[in-house]
Design a protein around this ligand. Structure first.
Ligand code: NAD
Length: 263
């Protein structure tokens, strides 16, 4: 525990269960004194999310489906009514259909699937950045979550890789637009981690294995690392950092060729 986020208030979007990256980040921010408003996808998830939020002594929870403007309006109104302003935002939300997250990207990406992936995984960040910036009169910081599949091809990741490439570009443009207002916008590119979302990807377990075996550290990406990076980017430690895609993946992203077999 510490006080790097003492006196700071913000929104964490995307806790679904105890394995969610958003939850790992929220716990770290709370341990450093942050006050957090949690948004979750809908009534169905409340049962899972409430005990987690209560376990860290908090209770500000708001349903928010990012595809529904009325629900987003209501969520941000609720935060504005209670706090007036915020200091940080964590966007940890993405979605693509199971049919798209397998096999050939070319063969399996439908117009509707593309729209849905881009809407939930990219537009939602742009929309959220706008809404959050309107309640950040004193500046602040925002992060979103991305993956190496934006930069390089990864089997099964397919349309989500295309969406993450757009999300990383959106991070840079948002950082440019909001920089003059003293708002820093960055992305964390995490290595594969065992969450609900990973389970939706065909071969997700093997993606984790490869991530570990090819990584420089020869280990899985750990939640502490991702949460620590979030704390850095959202606190004063991250001063002067904007428009960045920061990799937390045990060094996987710099590997071009894995270790050679013994000759
Ligand atoms: P997760 O399933 O725990 O979190 C995804 C969240 O998105 C869930 O809380 C879900 O409710 C939310 N969501 C989906 N559609 C929504 C909608 N319409 N409205 C509101 N919320 C919606 O999985 P996670 O792995 O923690 O994913 C969080 C983020 O991290 C995602 O952006 C994901 O792409 C990214 N990421 C994950 C990994 C990994 O290996 N798990 C690696 C790098 C990046």
């Amino acid at each position: 525990a510490g006080d790097l986020m003492k006196g700071k208030r913000g929104i964490v979007m995307g806790v679904a269960n105890q394995n969610s990256i958003a939850w790992g980040i929220a716990r770290q921010l709370a341990a450093q004194g942050a006050d957090i408003a949690f948004t979750y996808q809908g009534e169905n998830l409340e049962r899972r999310v409430r005990p987690l939020v209560e376990s860290i002594g908090m209770d500000f929870m708001i349903p928010a489906d990012v595809t529904d403007d009325a629900s987003m309006d209501a969520a941000f109104d609720a935060v504005k009514d209670k706090w007036g302003k915020i200091d940080f935002l964590v966007h940890s939300i993405a979605f693509a259909g199971k049919d798209e997250l397998q096999g050939s990207m070319v063969a399996n990406t439908t117009r509707e699937g593309f729209r849905r992936a881009m809407d939930i995984s990219v537009f939602s960040f742009i929309d959220t950045a706008r809404r959050a910036s309107e309640i950040m009169p004193d500046g602040g910081a925002m992060i979103c979550m991305t993956y190496l599949g934006a930069e390089r091809t990864v089997p099964s990741y397919n349309v989500m890789g295309v969406a993450k490439a757009a999300l990383e570009a959106a991070t840079r443009y948002a950082a440019r637009d909001l920089g003059p207002q003293g708002i820093r916008v960055n992305a964390i590119s995490a290595g594969a981690m065992r969450t609900l979302s990973l389970a939706g990807i065909r071969g997700g377990k093997s993606l984790m294995g490869t991530g570990r075996d090819w990584s420089l550290l020869k280990e899985d990406t750990r939640m502490e690392g991702v949460a620590g990076a979030a704390l850095y980017l959202l606190s004063e430690l991250g001063h002067s950092v904007a428009g960045e895609v920061h990799h937390v993946d045990a060094g996987f992203h710099v590997v071009g060729v894995p270790d050679l077999p013994e000759e």
